[in-house]
Ligand binder design. Structure first.
Ligand SMILES: CC(C)(COP(=O)(O)OP(=O)(O)OC[C@H]1O[C@@H](n2cnc3c(N)ncnc32)[C@H](O)[C@@H]1OP(=O)(O)O)[C@@H](O)C(=O)NCCC(=O)NCCS
Length: 152
């Protein structure tokens, strides 16, 4: 267990959170992660965190750490709980985890059409470093991903 104090409400994800996490995921995304994607992330030892209000899960994030690099794979806040600072708080929490694990940089992908996500990340300090062509599934064909990075 880490000795670092965490703000109240942020906790490592447990198997027992998966049902609530999947419910939020399926509500938010047209192409959601599956239960298997979350289970695999937990089993692979990725940093999987939830944010709670009381006992209820209202958001979650998944960070993969390897070879001095962190990759933010998922960051989501349930629709009724958005715009209250939880997304920024969770992002900050994951950046701190990356820093503790001695990562030098955090990478993430975001859809060019996701203006809210882009705003959250760029206001936090991420900068765009590239584009991955046809990265995401889309209604018609595929959509590019913007690749963003934050140096730690
Ligand atoms: C993106 C997301 C995580 C933001 O979470 P949130 O808790 O609503 O965000 P916060 O309240 O912490 O706001 C942080 C910043 O995000 C941006 N933001 C959040 N909601 C916004 C909105 N509706 N319109 C414009 N900017 C918005 C703003 O820059 C905001 O900072 P500001 O209020 O100082 O301007 C959340 O909207 C979400 O889960 N969306 C669906 C899933 C998703 O797109 N995830 C990111 C995939 S890469």
């Amino acid at each position: 267990m880490s000795a670092v104090l965490r703000p109240a409400g942020f906790e490592p994800m447990r198997d027992s959170d998966l049902r609530a996490v999947l419910e939020i995921e399926e509500d938010l995304y047209e192409f959601p992660w599956t239960l298997g994607n979350f289970r695999d992330s937990l089993r692979a030892g990725y940093a999987c965190w939830v944010v709670r209000e009381g006992r209820r899960v209202i958001g979650y994030a998944v960070l993969m750490l390897a070879a001095g690099e962190a990759h933010l794979l998922n960051l989501s806040i349930a629709a009724p709980s958005q715009r209250r600072g939880h997304g920024r708080g969770l992002l900050h929490q994951l950046v701190e985890v990356a820093r503790e694990q001695k990562a030098k940089v955090v990478f993430l992908e975001v859809r060019p059409t996701n203006e809210v996500g882009q705003r959250l990340y760029t206001r936090y300090g991420f900068r765009q470093i590239g584009v991955r062509r046809a990265y995401y599934p889309a209604r018609k064909g595929r959509e590019d991903a913007l690749v963003l990075a934050l140096d730690l």
